[in-house]
Design a protein around this ligand. Sequence first.
Ligand code: BGC
Length: 320
Amino acid sequence: MHTKEWRIFASIIMLALTLFGVFLLLDIQALQGQIDDKKTNEALAGRDYIVMIGEVDDHAYWNLVRDGAESYAKNHQMYVQYLGPENPDPEQQRELLRKAMDIKPDGIIVQSVTGSFIPLINQAMNEGIPVVTVDSDQPDSNRISYVGTDNYAMGVAMAEDVLANVDQIEAGIITGTATNHHHQLRVAGIKDTLTSDKSANIVSTAVSNIKRINAREKTYQMLQRYPEINVLFGISALDVIGIVEAMEALNRDDIYVVGFDTLTENMQLLSDEKVATLVSQQPYQMGVKSMDVMRSIINGDNVEALIHTDSRLVKDVHHP
Ligand code: BGC
């Protein structure tokens, strides 16, 4: 053979070897996938496999929801996998929901923050995967049940507390998000109730993205711009901490603060009289109850469409 022919021959051999290598790799991966599936099935040992998708992976509030679900799973021969984005991001939550649907678990429990979750929830239901919403609902979807706080009612309760304790209300609102269904309900409850008092004003609203540092920053800016504010509402769990930090930085101790969640740090602020009123939610109970509802659904039992976990105003640390 001439040199040129040798080169062509060698190239063909190289190409064939490369293709063979690629096929081998794909085959190994496919095999690995089967092994993983098998491993998962073995690990499940017949237990129902539930995927729970929260707002974030690691967060004082969501860790309680996860712990409640895991403890229920342990006691009832079930397996729950908790998933959430590193930072709050509905698009990433939807991506986790899509991935969960691919795995075809026995059920999905999801915090459903906006209407954009509805098509995915309906798709899962059409594919035979039961869906329960937790903490934030999408009542217009085909989800079977919602487990969580009656958010509108608690917004109303917060505003009633303020009306009973403050004259000439000039209020600021720090909310977790402007778009999440449950936050919107809380704010709507506040606004609808405050309008009953003609002299009450909502001066400004800002978004913390459920982060304490943002709550602090946004409150600081708000108070500098609107020093007349005498009431601050904190709509998500870490907002009151940021609110109080900003008030301290500005030497303001004349503001009536009412906010969501009785997490340990918030209760300390209540005890120190830096916060007047907290709204208690039951994140651990939400985890337990949503799993319980899912178990009933899997067993073919009827369940309620709305399951409100306990929530109330807390003014005394000794009576949380
Ligand atoms: C809300 C959760 C949110 C948490 C964040 C709670 O009040 O119910 O949805 O993730 O606050 O701080």
